[in-house]
Design a protein around this ligand. Structure first.
Ligand code: GAL
Length: 939
């Protein structure tokens, strides 16, 4: 749908403040001073995320993998064993890596020491480096020449395991600590509490049980990332931005206001050397007025960003990764985020408008509000004369719309409003915004109604990153994610576990997508050392306010979520905190229910009832098995699955449709993301990772580049949103080595028929369908028929002796053909194909072009097994900003002009410049016919 342009807001100016910042990666002491010389810094345009850029070579600390080899070991504990001169000849000789049970150390609460000579390879002599001991269970402290170099966890009597997913024991060693003539000794003190290992992590093992992942990290990935696999081995650190800009003298007397939509994280902002803002949370917007600008002269804004330590369970990105806007307005103006629009009724709709007016002296103001229908025609207007005292004051107006076009996910009709402030017949300020008229009902008897229509939330949880673009929140990337979700059957997103960008919500409004807008992943209990728990007590009100005031006018937002998997829910203090936060949110916006993603064990679940009651619509994380029992106990509760397992798609997405009090399901996750690396394959079992670095979670219905994976095909069959049938072939070998079936790992299946080497071997084939009978044919020959119904969870399964060619499934309903699905073997790669999602984009310095590279066979079919090395050349009016694939173990740069194909494809992203012109893209690969696109245009 094309939208009528928003009415002009003259005399107010809202300027995109994204261009021409200077950036420095690392600390830059004193850079807040106005005269600071930043000429050596590089220039960047926002949105910017340094965590997705290649790590500068000089910033990578060299490291020494030191687990593997022969060690001396002694059971027991004696601090004197750290001393370099100790005679350890009598100690046992052991080989690492190994759980110390393997050499007979089997007790609970066991102590042990390891010692080994440190022999440095030539490249590390006289350099600081990281001694990498891999995974040491459970608590350890390492010494070099008797000096402690670090520890993980805490020893008894205050025993604390380092973390249930266990960090790598990697410690910095300074060259100065070593002997000039060698003879250095590493000693390691270890304690393990549990007698036997837990099945899903390293806890309970003992000693040097696993080395670090293999391979040289490149691109944005580094072994030494303090948050290791949680952020997919990407790193944060410190960064500084400066922007020097001219404030024209014609603005004299105006008020200048700066808004940051998101800076990850813990930022401080100075204006002309004066500290004007401090903002810890990386996902909420913040703003301030620029004090005493220098009119007709240069002014400088400086931002320091501190993404320190282990502060997130997933990829965050670093820096000013969302837009910045500068607003110039009259001293009498509508306060920032000062408009609220709430509608009631769908035929004769009352539009309640709140306007917060700001004036510096008592002023008589006329507020004139005009409403426009989706075609841009004025449909209502109202004028109110008010007296605004010095400061802020909120005023109300009510307008009426007759039979307005309603907003829903299917028909996202958007109205707009223009609010003007007039003083003495002169227009002082204006603001325009879009809004939607919709009526939402949440009720245990009928479910979720949008404009009176029963609607099931077909949802996906989604982190905020844009895959190979990192977390840069380009409008076009945010919109693309929603578009792709919608194309693949979804109608709702849970923005796990933090507020999204404003651009994201604009896209949801425009395209029609329901949003659960989430605030936090933790409150006052920490998940990791440096996460938001440090700030929650002081900041939760400000952050919730920032969230609700920014997002309350978006029709796409249907619920506010105040948290995810908050701990200690059985405690009255936590219930009270939930009540306070929910109450505060309702005080800002009573029109939407408050929710949260609640998890727990079966044992605890019922004891959470008081906690659940603090929310209007509590969400269940992985607890769909409680739906019926809970409904009997608490019949009025409306709920949904705020996180669901891809192993239980039938239960979560089909069975629940019979329960009206269950309003939907949100899979973990809709889109794949960087971080929580490999949970879609190994769950949380680190020991199965075989020393490999994974970088994505690999659990999304859509992969990192937006391609639907088989679990999505299955889900769409449950929802009835996609094709009637889909084919999935069980890989005859584990695609990524040993797999641990956990909540997030779907079957190891592929949507292709390219299994060279398996000729004649029987492959398991599933057909997902709600047709009642399926016939399967290979190369025209019937393989068999099978039924598909609730009892088979709508899967018809076959064993098919592999032979290349055409595998076809035909579905029947009551004897009548109702659809078909085909997989066709692709031949050898012969050429590349390039396809852009758009041919033309605006020359605005922000628009993106997404282009797909396919490796194809002689008939133009993508070769799903191809991994050819691709090289791209670009010239023209756009810049390449990302090149990559959805490979979950990718360690390569997204900035390079070369990337290896994965599943026979790769994705390229270009950012339009500010000048019009053509864009020529050529992709080549040794031995393949290259592909060129020369019809792309910017302008
Ligand atoms: C959930 C959690 C998510 C994600 C998921 C899979 O329990 O809420 O944030 O961590 O597990 O790992």
């Amino acid at each position: 749908m094309t939208l009528a342009p928003l009415p002009s807001t003259e005399p107010r100016k809202k300027i995109l403040f994204d261009f021409g910042w200077r950036f420095h990666r690392g600390e830059a002491l004193g850079a807040e001073r106005p005269g600071y010389d930043d000429r050596g810094w590089r220039t960047v345009d926002l949105p910017h995320d340094w965590s997705i850029e290649d790590i500068p070579a000089e910033e990578r600390t060299p490291f020494l993998r030191f687990t593997e080899g022969t060690w001396k070991f002694r059971a027991g504990d004696n601090l004197a064993w750290k001393n370099p001169g100790l005679d350890d000849k009598g100690w046992k000789t052991v080989q690492a890596p190994a759980d110390w049970r393997e050499y007979g150390h089997k007790k609970k609460n066991a102590w042990g020491w390891f010692r080994r000579e440190l022999v440095l390879p030539a490249g590390l002599i006289d350099r600081d480096f990281v001694l990498d001991l891999g995974l040491v269970a459970e608590v350890c402290e390492a010494f070099v020449n008797g000096r402690s170099i670090g520890r993980t966890g805490t020893f008894p009597p205050k025993y604390k395991a380092p973390n249930w997913w266990m960090p790598l024991s990697q410690f910095l060693v300074k060259a100065a600590w070593l002997n000039p003539d060698g003879g250095d000794v590493v000693a390691l003190r270890v304690f393990s509490k549990m007698g036997k290992p837990l099945p899903h992590c390293g806890l309970g093992k003992g000693g040097l049980w696993q080395g670090s992942p293999e391979g040289d990290a490149k691109g944005p990935f580094d072994f030494l990332s303090p948050s290791n696999w949680a952020t997919g081995y990407t790193v944060g650190g410190r960064g500084w931005y400066r922007k020097t800009f001219q404030v024209p003298s014609s603005w004299k007397g105006k008020r200048l206001h700066l808004n940051f939509d998101g800076v990850y994280m813990d930022s401080r902002v100075w204006f002309n050397g004066k500290l004007v803002a401090e903002h810890p949370y990386g996902y909420t917007p913040f703003d301030f007025e620029l004090p005493e600008p220098k009119w007709g002269a240069a002014n400088t804004v400086t931002v320091q960003v501190r993404n320190d330590g282990f502060n997130s369970r997933w990829y965050t990105g670093s820096g000013i990764y969302r837009h910045v806007h500068l607003t110039v307005s009259d001293p009498v103006h509508v306060a920032h985020r000062g408009i609220s629009i709430r509608t009631s009724g769908t035929r004769r709709t009352l539009v309640d408008l709140g306007v917060d007016v700001k004036a510096e002296v008592r002023t008589e103001v006329t507020i004139r509000t005009s409403l426009f229908d989706p075609q841009g025609r004025k449909v209502a207007e109202k004028e109110t004369e008010v007296v605004c005292p010095a400061g802020n004051k909120a005023f109300q107006q009510t307008l009426v719309l007759d039979q307005p076009a309603l907003w829903s996910a299917d028909e996202p009709n958007l109205h707009s409003a223009l609010i003007q402030l007039w003083v003495d017949g002169r227009l002082k300020d204006a603001q325009s915004l879009r809004f939607g008229v919709r009526d939402l009902v949440f009720n245990a008897r009928v479910g979720f109604l949008c404009n009176g229509r029963k609607t099931v939330l077909r949802g996906g949880c989604m982190h905020h990153d844009n895959g190979i673009l990192g977390s840069r929140a380009f409008d076009a990337a945010e919109e693309r994610r929603i578009r792709v979700m919608k194309e693949n059957g979804f109608n709702a997103v849970r923005t796990s576990h933090n507020p999204p960008s404003e651009a994201f919500l604009d896209a949801c409004d425009r395209l029609g997508f329901f949003v659960l807008d989430e605030a936090f992943d933790q409150w006052q209990d920490k998940t990791n050392e440096k996460d938001y728990h440090r700030f929650h007590a002081k900041w939760w009100k400000k952050d919730l306010e920032a969230l609700v005031l920014r997002d309350r006018n978006h029709p796409s937002v249907i619920m506010w979520s105040i948290g995810n998997e908050i701990s200690s829910k059985e405690k009255p203090a936590t219930v009270e905190l939930a009540r306070q936060q929910a109450g505060f949110v309702r005080s800002l916006d009573p029109s939407r229910p408050v929710t949260e993603g609640v998890n727990g064990s079966d044992k605890q679940w019922v004891s959470f009832d008081p906690y659940m009651k603090a929310h209007d619509v509590p969400g269940y994380n992985y607890m769909e098995r409680w739906y019926r029992r809970d409904h009997e106990r608490v019949p009025g509760r409306v709920t949904y699955q705020s996180e669901s397992s891809s192993q239980r798609i039938f239960e979560s997405c089909f069975e629940t449709q019979e329960m009206p009090w269950v309003i939907g399901d949100f899979v973990w996750t809709g889109y794949d993301y960087i971080g929580e690396a490999s949970i879609g394959w190994h769950s949380f079992d680190l020991s199965k990772r075989e020393n490999r670095m994974w970088t994505t979670a690999h659990c999304g219905d859509l992969d990192l580049c937006g391609h639907a994976r088989p679990q999505n095909h299955y889900r769409q069959v449950m929802w009835g949103t996609g094709p009637a049938l889909a084919l999935a072939v069980h890989s005859p070998f584990p695609s990524f080595g040993p797999r641990v079936a956990g909540s997030w790992s779907y079957d190891d299946v592929q949507p292709h028929w390219n299994w060279a080497g398996y000729e004649g071997k029987k492959l398991a084939v599933d057909v997902y369908t709600q047709c009642d009978r399926v016939e399967l044919r290979l190369n025209g020959r019937k393989i068999g028929t099978a039924k598909s119904d609730k009892a088979t969870k709508f899967k018809a399964s076959f064993k098919v002796p592999y032979q290349p060619g055409r595998l076809m499934a035909v579905g029947y309903r009551e004897g009548k053909k109702a659809g078909e699905a085909v997989l066709q073997t692709a031949g050898k790669p012969v050429a590349l194909r390039l396809r852009s999602e758009k041919a033309l984009v605006d020359a605005d310095g922000q628009s993106l072009l997404f282009a797909h590279v396919d490796v194809v066979d002689g008939s133009g079919r993508r070769v799903p097994t191809a991994d050819n090395l691709l090289a791209v050349e670009t010239s023209g009016a756009a810049e390449r900003v990302a090149f990559g694939t959805a490979h979950p173990q990718n360690l390569d740069s997204f900035a390079d002009a070369e990337h290896r194909a994965y599943e026979g494809r790769a994705l390229l992203v270009f950012r339009a410049g500010a000048k019009k012109g053509g864009l020529r893209v050529k992709v080549s690969s040794a031995g393949l016919k290259s592909a060129t696109l020369s019809s792309l245009r910017v302008g």
